[in-house]
Write a protein that binds this ligand. Structure first.
Ligand code: ADP
Ligand code: MG
Length: 928
């Protein structure tokens, strides 16, 4: 069944590829013709193509000629010097046929999977050129600023020769220069620069001239998996300080530490008892092991320890021994059974909280709640409906009842915040680990990126978790921030009419690309067959044995002169390995700084004879390792993976560093049962295997089945992370609709030639609504909103007209005021134009401030709905529902407040009219 599906999938893929191959000779025929043209004639092709497009020809039909033009330019460039990254480089590239196929796939909006070193940078030039012929915004999204600049200089040579303009958008491009950058036919830049400009254009630019982007037509995303998968959990956020902070981390700090300490002490005692009795029974060394009743009770204690403090040292030691580990698993299996549920519950109730490392969750037990200093109130929410009823039934005056309800609501919101802070603080203590999830640097908590192992200064954990960790570690707690504007990268890229991607590793996530982004992954054949040997994993019981084996491998390979690349999952492991290499007098280069330009250089040098390079996963991505002289004959680059990553894709990326363009090479992964992947996902079945295949100390476990188990564990994590990403996106989708509506309105306000007609319409809507809602005394209600005295108007039409007339009166008066201190504006049209601008401003400012307030409510709603899971409600449904009514309320407020403000503004003398300025973004924060 599965094989059949795969075959179907396969045929669809190969059918497409076949279609694309058919175009290749057409492109090449044109290219041969172009060889006879003069340089000028060739570059004139761009103008010709544009004209043909204007006459209605399609991009599809232009493809062969356009791609041929690019290919031909490349041929002409061969042998010439191109200035790239500070030095001159000889051009030596003419697109291969497989690259033409990749380019066609990209043009059709696929993700082209092309292995590292296959020349994706050059391939992308073809679809970029073709799309740019439309004159619409065409963007190439790179991984970092260094690559944006490099590729713009390097590949940009082609476009410049064809008469198009190219620019790079890097972090150091000043806001004033950005409009010019975006005016270029093709722009190279990073996703966050593009994304933040979009947010700034739509939430901060107060005049259309301040907007820098000119739309979103075609985006070609390089290393698309890193953007849409790895970065999918951290949206772009522009934020600033909140008016009034609600957080209570300081108050809760002591209590939480105390509770966590209690749990640790309790578990330590259990573990020590267990260790003592296992020692006295000789179970740490005796063979064969005899499990007595006493031993069993010791293992039961250790099982409890594993639920309370999964990182306990005694526990770790037990797990090193397959036989002892099996005893622990026995309890796990026993308690897993439904029949023993009550017994399990009773056992767990001795803990204060139960930690579920696998799912990154925890739960307080009754004992934990009883021991909490703040009392049970901190965990129970008010039943507002019931409380309201009590107030309504009480003997109070209406006024007092109102008052009581207001107080109750305040109490409710305080409790919610406190309970939320409390839960985040416990999470910080139980599930976030120093030097793994974050480090402390200069009184700050700095996140460590789980994919790259790199510190991420400036980013913050979202939803108060960052503050909770700050409180836990005793560093200064940063103020609560408020979101001004936010978007996920996924939703940013959805703005483009046409989207395509390229990467070396997309196949394992093909399903996700298809389901969520409607992007299809197409595997492009390699230029030459891959000659890399991917060796079987070596699996060890302990980390100690694993590192010894890695060292042995490095020594052996190094002795042959082959270069070695060691991939690690974190900076910490890189440094650990560096120490080991140093002790053994092996020279190495280590990569973990965030200096992309420097990194690119080191990575490029990693192909030298005898080189040993230590790098975290993402380091130097986008730069390929070229084998230097004599290395090919020795067998090429050897890649060593120091653990299996949570995702197979990252492992493939590392392997792909070797064997580029048919080069020889090899790769091997080293794994231990203490690696986090194995710790979290090893099953009792695996332990049973270990008992059977247990090797002597220092020997790898050779069981083919294990390779399969590792892959299963990886797949399970991939699946879980996919669910999390999907979840984030589902929430953002709700907001996306609202954001689009608001941004569209804002742009209408900024771009409309006249703003007064817009407010006149708003005024009418608001007036009608007030009349409708106050059928008995409409004039009084209108009078409360607008400074207008009504006489004997009765019908809706008359009333609405009266309000409109009042506004016209206001405008006339303001015009007179204006010309009194600006005589040059003593002209109805000129002064009316000034008022148009004033009103435009009034609207956009009101919109911004209310929208920000709305985003704050949404933030709170998001954390609120999660508390409701208890009531068996689906939090996403609740969120959708309530954010919708919040949005309705926001729209209504917006209309009403704009309408009221129309009668409040006053013209005042101002020295000279000021040129519009782009407001600087407040502190930029990217957080998850
Ligand atoms: P990728 O992004 O696919 O990993 P790059 O675009 O960085 O690969 O290209 C890898 C190397 O291959 C570059 O050094 C480039 O000069 C070279 N290259 C790419 N295409 C060609 C070609 N058609 N002919 C010769 N060299 C090429
Ligand atoms: Mg690349």
């Amino acid at each position: 069944m599965f094989g059949l599906l795969k075959k179907l999938f396969g045929t669809h893929q190969s059918r497409l590829l076949k279609d694309y191959w058919r175009l290749v000779p057409k492109i090449n025929t044109w290219e041969v013709k172009y060889q006879k043209l003069s340089d000028d004639e060739l570059s004139h092709k761009t103008i010709e193509f544009k004209e043909r497009l204007a006459k209605g020809e399609s991009l599809d039909s232009l493809l062969p000629e356009a791609f041929a033009a690019v290919k031909n330019v490349c041929r002409r460039l061969c042998g010439t010097e191109v200035h790239v990254s500070g030095y001159d480089q000889k051009w030596d590239m003419v697109p291969y046929d497989v690259q033409l196929v990749g380019a066609i796939a990209m043009f059709h909006g696929s993700i082209a999977e092309m292995q590292t070193g296959e020349g994706k940078t050059l391939t992308a030039s073809m679809p970029l050129y073709l799309h740019a012929l439309t004159g619409k915004p065409t963007h190439l999204v790179t991984v970092n600023d260094y690559l944006a600049k490099r590729d713009c200089e390097w590949i940009g040579t082609i476009f410049r020769k064809l008469g198009l303009t190219v620019a790079s958008l890097t972090n150091d491009v000043h806001p004033f220069q950005r409009k010019e950058v975006y005016a270029a036919d093709i722009v190279y830049g990073t996703s966050s620069e593009f994304g933040f400009d979009y947010l700034r254009d739509n939430s901060m630019a107060s005049h259309k001239n301040e907007q820098v982007q000119r739309g979103h037509y075609f985006a070609m995303v390089d290393e698309i998996d890193s953007i849409l998968i790895d970065e999918a959990r951290t949206p772009l956020i522009i934020s600033g300080p909140v008016g009034e902070s609600r957080q209570m981390y300081d108050d809760l700090k002591e209590g939480v530490s105390e509770l966590v300490r209690k749990q640790r002490d309790y578990c330590n005692r259990l573990a020590t008892d267990a260790r003592k009795s296992l020692e006295s029974l000789g179970l740490f060394d005796a063979e064969p092991k005899k499990i007595t009743k006493e031993a069993e009770s010791a293992f039961k204690k250790l099982w409890l320890v594993s639920k309370g403090t999964p990182n306990n040292k005694v526990l770790k030691r037990i797990k090193e021994d397959p036989d002892l580990r099996a005893q622990l698993d026995k309890w796990e299996t026993y308690y897993f059974g439904d029949a023993n549920k009550d017994e399990k519950f009773a056992a767990l109730s001795d803990l204060y909280m139960v930690v579920d490392e696998k799912n990154s969750e925890y739960e307080l037990t009754d004992k934990g709640i009883k021991s909490w200093v703040g009392g049970a109130d901190d965990f129970t929410m008010l039943d507002l409906g019931h409380e309201y009823l009590l107030i309504d039934e009480s003997e109070k005056t209406e006024e007092e009842k109102m008052q009581a309800k207001v107080l109750l609501r305040e109490e409710d919101s305080k409790r919610k915040e406190r309970s939320h802070n409390l839960r985040q603080m416990l999470r910080a203590h139980l599930l976030m680990e120093k030097d793994i999830d974050y480090i402390i640097q200069e009184d700050k908590i700095v996140i460590i990126d789980e994919n790259t192992g790199r510190p991420q200064p400036g980013r913050r954990f979202s939803d108060g978790l960052h503050q909770a960790i700050e409180a836990k570690e005793g560093v200064s707690i940063q103020g609560e921030t408020q979101t001004y504007a936010t978007i996920t990268l996924q939703n940013y890229f959805r703005l483009y009419t046409r989207l395509a991607g390229m990467t070396g590793t997309a196949m394992t996530e093909a399903n996700e690309f298809k389901e969520i982004y409607k992007l299809q992954v197409l595997e492009i054949p390699t230029y030459r067959n891959c000659a890399r040997k991917d060796l079987d994993d070596e699996i060890y019981m302990t980390e100690r044995e694993k590192y010894n084996a890695i060292l042995k491998e490095v020594k052996e390979i190094h002795a042959t002169g082959r270069p070695i690349l060691l991939g690690t999952e974190s900076v910490e492991i890189s440094e650990k390995l560096a120490r080991i290499l140093k002790q053994n007098k092996l020279e190495y280069t280590i990569l973990n700084a965030k200096n992309h330009e420097h990194e690119a250089q080191i990575i490029a040098d990693a192909g030298k004879k005898g080189a040993i390079t230590l790098a975290t996963n993402m380091a130097g991505r986008g730069t390929d390792i070229k084998l230097k002289e004599g290395v090919r004959e020795l067998g090429g680059l050897h890649v060593i993976g120091t653990t299996r990553h949570n995702s197979r894709r990252i492992d493939r990326q590392l392997r792909g560093r070797s064997g580029r363009l048919g080069d020889p090479g090899s790769s091997k992964f080293f794994v231990s049962f203490e690696d986090s992947l194995m710790r979290l996902f090893a099953s009792p079945r695996m332990t049973a295997l270990l008992q059977r295949f247990r090797p002597p100390e220092g020997e790898p476990i050779s069981a083919k089945v294990l390779n399969k188990s590792i892959e299963t564990a990886q797949k399970r994590i991939e699946q879980r992370n996919y669910t999390i990403r999907k979840h984030t996106l589902e929430y953002d989708d709700v907001m996306n609709k609202q954001r689009q509506e608001v941004y569209a309105f804002r742009n209408e306000v900024l771009f409309a030639e006249k703003s007064i007609p817009i407010v006149e319409e708003i005024l009418e809507t608001v007036s009608k609504q007030i009349i409708e809602e106050n059928p008995t005394n409409p004039t009084e209600a209108l009078g409360n909103h607008f400074p207008i005295t009504f006489k004997d108007e009765k019908s809706e039409k008359d009333l609405v007209e009266k309000v409109g007339a009042g506004f016209q009166q206001k405008l006339i008066f303001q015009r007179q005021l204006l010309s009194s201190f600006r005589p040059e504006l003593n002209d109805a049209e000129k002064s009316q134009n000034v008022l148009q601008e004033v009103i435009r401003n009034l609207m956009s400012r009101k919109l911004d401030s209310l929208w920000q307030e709305h985003l704050l409510h949404i933030d709170h709603l998001r954390s609120d709905v999660h508390m409701r899971t208890v009531g068996q409600k689906d939090p996403l449904l609740e969120f959708k529902h309530e954010s919708f009514s919040l949005f309705e309320r926001f729209s209504r407020h917006l209309r009403e407040e704009i309408a009221q403000d129309l009668f409040k503004f006053e013209m005042m003398p101002q020295p000279t009219p000021q040129a519009p300025k782009l407001k600087r973004a407040p502190e930029l924060i990217q957080g998850g």
